[in-house]
Structures are given as structure tokens and as C-alpha cells.
Design a protein around this ligand. Structure first.
Ligand code: BG6
Length: 471
């Protein structure tokens, strides 16, 4: 529906930007930090490793000064688990603790609200070696112990906490669980076991946060991919309904309602993938609901039916980045109505509004966008600055849809663009840039890592200053 009058954003709306430790900090082997799965994974040699990244570890003061100049109200970042506990458990690394104390204090001095992700992909490698990581229930206690330490150490200043970033991606990407990326289909079962353990761990962390952090708010940071049925063929509608349950809602139903929804349960049972549920697990999830629902939104997908036949049996899955077709359920197909980024991500601002409305309707929790942004190849020109009009247009349209959703009653805490500065893309290295601030380095040539403001920096600054009035 197009509303007649678009109200302004409320006072106190958190205009923010995001990052993740392994993608921006660098200093991967400094000051006692232990290895994470992101440090040891095998990557395509044409893509840079995470050793230096954007060198935020050494330049955080300069970066926060830029955030202040921009007028940013919130900065969402993650803590590298292995800076605090190099082995994931056991001894604490004081230098790591000090780094985040300094970072948080600097943000507060700049009037920027810190929003902290407890775990963003970089699982401690040592826990994989000790007992197999998330596949073992001991992982629950180690995560909760780490989270408790963070609440006690930083909870006097940090009031917004995110339990796990994109758990749904961890489930489907074996390397994030410390496994090889071969036989991904086989590893789906392990992914769902890890998923269950992560859900139990997150519920326990929510409980601790509520006990320890005065006025603390905590929730998951999921990746929500809006989906559409491709045609009005009722079988496509069915494919869409099933895909939404098993690809989007399955995790949030566990996190926010403490339930394996019936479609997802049936899906797991048919494929012999249902994890063992221990006594008290579901009650724990039910009793410790999040206070907010954070989500990352980049693109949408269209789905159509994908019937079983002689070649395609139940359990057959094909993958791109994530599962792209599952026999007997759905397949992702190109949406002819949408343009895509250079990486084929279909750009769909209305999909953000649809996602927000569906999430609000199903969970009734205040929403926080923790990631939304436009990845592009960019080079700093000899004269002038980067005129990233595509990024500005992308963000403007997506923010407009946040506003539209709010007009229809959806509650939003804020919007954090991905990303504040250029950082290493999860899959495409430094050649895919998202930042408002350019970082002067290439894939392998570190150059001087200088920070330079792109056109979008000035646009977001103005947008924040007028509280999104012109959006
Ligand atoms: C999300 C992640 O999946 O999307 C980020 O939380 C990631 O870590 C972002 O960088 C964009 O993905 P990519 O592959 O373009 O870096």
C-alpha cells in the first residue's frame, strides 16, 4: 500500500553503520589474539586474507572521529571472541579486553551508541580442536561463559547486544563450523545440530544478559531474504510458503518462540536431520525471549516449484552461496523485475518493507536493521572523490521502505548501513566495497590504508542531520 503521508522518523532513531571484527580490525595475530575459523580457512589466493583488513585495530580513533564527523548515532561492531579468550575458553587475554574497553569508551565520548555482536562468524579454532565446536554441547557453556564475561565487563556502557550474526549462514556453510566445504549436502545434518546448540546457547546468553546488564536489550541478528512466488501457479505459492518456513522462519521461530515450526520439523524428520533435543532445551528458549529482532537485508529471491522425479529425490540440495534448490520443495529463479549488483544480488528495496512487515506480524518484536548496503568495485580517482550515486540510491530506497513500514505500525529501533568503512567482503575480498569511507588498499597491496570520504559519506551525514526528512 502507498501511504498518503510518510511520517518522520522518531526522535532517537538509531542511524548507524556496521562492521565485523575479522573484516575490519586486522591485527589478526597481535596482542595475544587466538586463531578463529576465519583465520585458518582456505581461501582463493586471489582474495586477500584477513591479517590486516582495514587496520581498524590500530586506527579505531581516527575511524571514530570520522563517525563523529558524520553524526552517526550508533555503531554496530563485533567482538573477536579469540581476542578475549584466545582458546575460546580458559585464560582471558587482558590486551584484548583493553582494546574493546578503549573502543567503547571512545564511542561513548563521541556520543555514539555501541551495538555489540557477541559472535560474528569467527568461532575459536581451538574449540574445534578441543571438541568439534558447535557440534558438541560443551560449546554451549563456552559461548555462555564468554557472553557473561562481556556483559560483566562492558554491560555498564553497552546496552544493545546481538547474540549470533547470521546463524542461518553458519548452518549452511561448513567452513564456518570448522569443517571442510566438500560434500555440503552431507553436512546439512551437522549444520542443524550446530543450529540447535547455538539456539540453546543464545537463549542462555539472553537470560544472563537480563540478569547482568541493567536496561540491556538483546536479540539475534539474522539474515532475512525476502522471497516471492515466481508465478500465480498454486504450486509456486506452495514452494514459496515452504521455502519461507525452512529458509527464513525456522531459526527465528526457535529464537523468538522456542519452537520447531511444523513445516521445518517435518522437513528435518523426512531427511533424518532432526537433532536430539535435550530435556529443558525448548523451555529454556521459550522462557528467554529476545527483546529485539535484528536483521541483515541485502536482496530478495524468487522461488518456483521443483518437483521430485527420477533424477531428483528427497534430500537432493544444490548450493550457490546458500541452498539454491531442494528437490520436492523449491528452486531459486531469476527475478526479471529486478536489477542486480555485479555479484548477482537482486536489488529490491520493497522487499525490505515486505520483510519488516512479515517479521513484525509474526514476532511482534522491535526491529533493528543491522546490515543493508551496496557492494561495488571502486577505485579512488586521481581528481575528485568517489561519486557512489548507486550506493546512495540503494540506501535511500531501502530507508524509504523502512519509513513506509513504520507508517504501517512496524516498530523500528534503527538502521545500520553496511558498512562504515570499506572492509573485507566475506566472499569477495577487498574488491567488493561497501563503505561510506574508502580505505586505500587493494586486494594484496596494502598501500597507506588512508581513509577518504566518498560522496555517500556526505549524503548519510545530511540524512542523519535532518533525521531522514527527505527520504
Ligand atoms: C553478511 C555478513 O552476510 O553480509 C557480513 O554478516 C558480510 O559479514 C555481508 O560481509 C556482505 O556479504 P559479502 O559477501 O558481500 O561481504
Amino acid at each position: 500500500m502507498q501511504t498518503r503521508k510518510i511520517n518522520d522518523f522518531p526522535e532517537g532513531f538509531l542511524w548507524g553503520a556496521s562492521s565485523a571484527a575479522f573484516q575490519c580490525e586486522g591485527a589478526a595475530h597481535e596482542d595475544g589474539k587466538g586463531l578463529s575459523v576465519m583465520d585458518v580457512r582456505k581461501i582463493d589466493p586471489s582474495i586477500c586474507n584477513f591479517d590486516v583488513a582495514s587496520d581498524h585495530y590500530h586506527r579505531y580513533k581516527e575511524d571514530i572521529a570520522l563517525m563523529k564527523e558524520m553524526g552517526l548515532k550508533a555503531y554496530r561492531f563485533s567482538i573477536a571472541w579469540t581476542r578475549i579468550f584466545p582458546n575460546g575458553n580458559g585464560e582471558v587475554n587482558q590486551k584484548g579486553v583493553d582494546f574493546y574497553n578503549d573502543l567503547i569508551n571512545e564511542l561513548i565520548r563521541a556520543d555514539i551508541v555501541p551495538i555489540v555482536t557477541i559472535y560474528h562468524f569467527e568461532y575459536p579454532q581451538s574449540l574445534i580442536e578441543q571438541y568439534g565446536g558447535w557440534l558438541d554441547r560443551r560449546s554451549i557453556d563456552d559461548y555462555v561463559n564468554y557472553a557473561e564475561f562481556l556483559f560483566k565487563t562492558y554491560g555498564d556502557r553497552v546496552k544493545y547486544w546481538l547474540t549470533i550474526n547470521e546463524q542461518d549462514h553458519v548452518v549452511h556453510m561448513p567452513f564456518r563450523l570448522g569443517l571442510s566445504n566438500d560434500d555440503r549436502q552431507e553436512k546439512e545434518k551437522l549444520g542443524y545440530l550446530a543450529n540447535h546448540n547455538m539456539c540453546v546457547a543464545a537463549a542462555k546468553a539472553i537470560k544472563k544478559c537480563h540478569e547482568i546488564v541493567k536496561d540491556g536489550k538483546i536479540g539475534p541478528a539474522t539474515c532475512f531474504t525476502m522471497m516471492y512466488p515466481t508465478t500465480n501457479d498454486p504450486s509456486d505459492m506452495l514452494a514459496w510458503m515452504d521455502a519461507m518456513e525452512i529458509r527464513n522462519y525456522y531459526l527465528l521461530d526457535l529464537n523468538c518462540k522456542g519452537e520447531y515450526n511444523p513445516v521445518f520439523r517435518r522437513y528435518l524428520e523426512d531427511r533424518n536431520m532432526m537433532p536430539e533435543i535435550h530435556e529443558g532445551d525448548m523451555e529454556l528458549m521459550k522462557e528467554n525471549r529476545p527483546d529485539l529482532l535484528a536483521f541483515n537485508y541485502y536482496y530478495s529471491e524468487s522461488v518456483s516449484k521443483f518437483p521430485l522425479d527420477d533424477e531428483h529425490k528427497i534430500g537432493d540440495i544444490e548450493f550457490k552461496l546458500l541452498p539454491s534448490r531442494e528437490a520436492g520443495i523449491y528452486q531459486v529463479v531469476k527475478n526479471e523485475n529486478l536489477k542486480a549488483t555485479l555479484w548477482g544480488w537482486e536489488i529490491d528495496d520493497i522487499g525490505l518493507q515486505c520483510s519488516a512487515r512479515l517479521l513484525w506480524e509474526r514476532y511482534h518484536l522491535p526491529l533493528l536493521i543491522t546490515e543493508n548496503g551496496f557492494g561495488n568495485k571502486e577505485e579512488w580517482p586521481e581528481d575528485g572523490i568517489i561519486e557512489d550515486e548507486d550506493r546512495i540510491d540503494y540506501l535511500k530506497r531501502h530507508i524509504h521502505n523502512v519509513k513506509e513500514a513504520m507508517n504501517l505500525g512496524v516498530e523500528f529501533i534503527g538502521f545500520c548501513a553496511w558498512s562504515f568503512m570499506d572492509l573485507i567482503s566475506g566472499h569477495s575480498g577487498f574488491s567488493k566495497r561497501y563503505g561510506f569511507v574508502y580505505v586505500n588498499r587493494d586486494e594484496h597491496d596494502l598501500k597507506d590504508l588512508a581513509r577518504r570520504k566518498k560522496r555517500s559519506f556526505y549524503w548519510y551525514k545530511e540524512t542523519i542531520a535532518n533525521n531522514g526528512k527527505d527520504i
